[in-house]
Design a protein around this ligand. Structure first.
Ligand code: ZN
Length: 575
């Protein structure tokens, strides 16, 4: 404590002396210009610890704040001003446009820095970067408080505070003059699994580098994805990008990306992780099913480390189905397209995974079999409802005409589709569902369900349901299941209802049958419907299975006539 106290007074004395003689060297590094004779309002901490030359070289130091006797400012991130003292007495300074090196010496708490020739590559005159280097030059005293290093500047009486930089932060070399012509900004397309994104590789003249991802067509780099340094390869044909930070955090592994240049565009030709290399044949970095090797082993280890993936490291360095599934889950958790192929973007995120996005929970399927007897006959405001149903489609000739006609009358209807037609005409199913109609099940190939085994029933009904969901399941916002089944010909036996119940289907028949499939004439069909209709009626019609022009013609009169009577047209599904 006694030594600390002495040091404290030494610091105060030095501050006072230097304040009286200091001139303001900069506009960018604020220093007080009216401190003469003024008492310092902020002094070095009394808990300051002794100077320790060994501690100087124990880490690199990131500049975090600057304090002069009356004011303080924090260094705004992400500026990266870093001091590195080597045990051999040399010193490196990383600033944003001006990296410098030199020597330093300590004696007690005094620190003397001498800077060698500086690289002025891209610094504007009087830049903050230059000022930072110049302020450090000369005599100072230093001390530690907690983990932080403080340097009191003889030059202007300010105190610079530095926090230990991460182990991964190393002094960035200046780019080799022989390859300075490669410095620049490159935009390229990273690979098959990233078709919506470009990469931007920025090679700065000061030897720093950055790799970012942007949506195709966008110029906006929203975040710094990977940053580090670059240097030429031995053969001078490309560059090595040494990744030091990923999304602003220190990289957890030693990672290098080797870019070669083809037609002045960078191509990823090799990646090494912790001294394990993968060579890329086609200039695109991807790993996928069947790949083997140490990088796959590293991939498996990383996937296994993410508990939420539930993935176990197979320990055999192979990219098998389990790996593919885990890659897909990881990609989904990071908001990437779940391709199952490891690309550069996925790899970068694996090194520094973001918290998993919440898994989108699919809309809860409504369980149980709907009770078709509960179909309301009237709307809540008392208007009569009629349920129009159309079987045997979709059909490329009839269905589109019918859809347009229904639109003209704001009529929503239920289609009982045949599975093999759904498979053939999925776009018609989508179109119908998009317009708000409900798609239900009319078996796979219009076989009578009478006499079927459970297996046959499932083949007919469930396969059709799967086809409908595949075609338009995402449009079923209220009911992700296809829960209504109409048996062809209305034919059932004792087992049909049991099978239907087990598979979650309600059997839906009809209450009015105009026999439109016999093509008795449009007026006969229309008259039959209009003579028999009542609130809550389910009307059977067909938009598939042949020429349905009579049916469509009949509805050209049925729809306006029913509307005139106040009817509204609803689907049989109701939440
Ligand atoms: Zn039918």
């Amino acid at each position: 404590m006694k030594k600390d106290t002495i040091l404290y007074f030494v610091i105060i004395a030095l501050l006072l002396i230097s304040c009286q003689s200091a001139t303001s060297p900069t506009a960018d590094i604020p220093v007080d210009e009216e401190t003469t004779g003024q008492e310092p309002t902020q002094a070095a901490a009394p808990e300051a610890e002794m100077a320790d030359p060994a501690a100087l070289a124990a880490d690199s130091w990131q500049w975090i704040s600057f304090t002069n006797p009356v004011e303080q400012f924090d260094v705004e991130m992400p500026e990266n001003y870093i001091l590195s003292f080597s045990e051999d007495g040399t010193l490196n300074i990383l600033a944003d446009c001006n990296n410098a090196s030199g020597t330093y010496a300590t004696e007690g708490s005094s620190l003397t820095i001498e800077i060698g020739p500086m690289t002025m590559a891209a610094c504007p005159p009087d830049s903050r970067s230059d000022q930072f280097v110049q302020l450090l030059t000369g005599a100072a005293i230093y001390f530690f408080e907690g983990e932080d290093l403080y340097i009191d500047l003889m030059a202007d009486g300010g105190t610079m505070a530095f926090a230990p930089a991460s182990q991964d932060t190393t002094v960035i070399p200046t780019a080799d003059p022989a390859v300075l012509h490669l410095a620049g900004t490159y935009r390229f397309h990273p690979g098959v699994a990233e078709e919506n994104f470009d990469y931007i590789l920025i090679l700065n003249q000061d030897g720093t580098a950055e790799l970012d991802e942007v949506p195709v067509g966008s110029e906006n780099i929203s975040q710094q994805d990977a940053a580090g340094t670059w240097h030429p390869t031995d053969d001078g044909q490309g560059i090595i990008f040494d990744i030091q930070t990923i999304l602003g955090q220190a990289a957890q592994n030693e990672e290098f990306i080797h870019f070669t240049f083809l037609d002045n565009l960078p191509i990823v030709s090799e990646i090494s992780v912790n001294d394990q290399f993968v060579h890329l044949e086609d200039g695109v970095f991807t790993l996928g099913s069947g790949d083997t090797g140490p990088l796959v082993g590293e991939l498996n280890r990383r996937l296994a480390a993410l508990e939420y993936l539930g993935f176990t490291d197979p320990m055999d360095d192979t990219y098998g189905e389990e790996t593919r599934q885990a890659v897909m889950s990881f990609q989904a958790s990071q908001g990437l397209p779940a391709s199952g192929v490891l690309d550069a973007r996925t790899w970068v995120l694996l090194d520094n995974p973001q918290p998993p996005l919440p898994t989108p929970t699919p809309a809860e399927p409504i369980t149980g079999v709907p009770n078709i007897d509960d179909l309301p006959a009237e709307t809540e405001d008392g208007r009569p409802i009629v349920y129009l149903t159309f079987d045997d489609g979709p059909d490329p000739n009839n269905t589109p005409q019918l859809l347009d006609l229904l639109d003209q009358h704001q009529a929503l209807v239920t289609f009982f589709n045949v599975g093999n037609e759904v498979e053939t005409w999925p776009d018609l199913v989508r179109d119908s569902a998009t317009r708000g109609h409900y798609i239900a099940d009319h078996t796979w190939d219009h076989h009578s369900l009478e006499g079927m085994t459970a297996e046959q029933f499932i083949q007919e009904a469930d396969r059709t349901r799967d086809a409908i969901i595949a075609a338009a399941g995402d449009l079923f916002t209220l009911d992700r299941n296809v829960r209504y089944l109409r048996p062809p010909y209305g034919a059932t036996d004792a087992n049909t209802f049991q099978y239907a119940f087990q598979e979650g289907f309600a059997i839906v028949l009809w209450t009015i049958d105009p026999q439109d499939w016999r093509r008795p004439g449009a007026d006969v069909i229309a008259n039959h419907v209009l003579e028999h209709v009542y609130p809550g009626a389910i009307i059977l019609s067909h938009d598939g299975g042949g020429d349905r022009s009579q049916t469509i013609e009949a509805y050209r009169s049925i729809l306006p006539a029913l509307q005139e009577q106040g009817y509204v047209f609803r689907t049989i599904f109701f939440p």
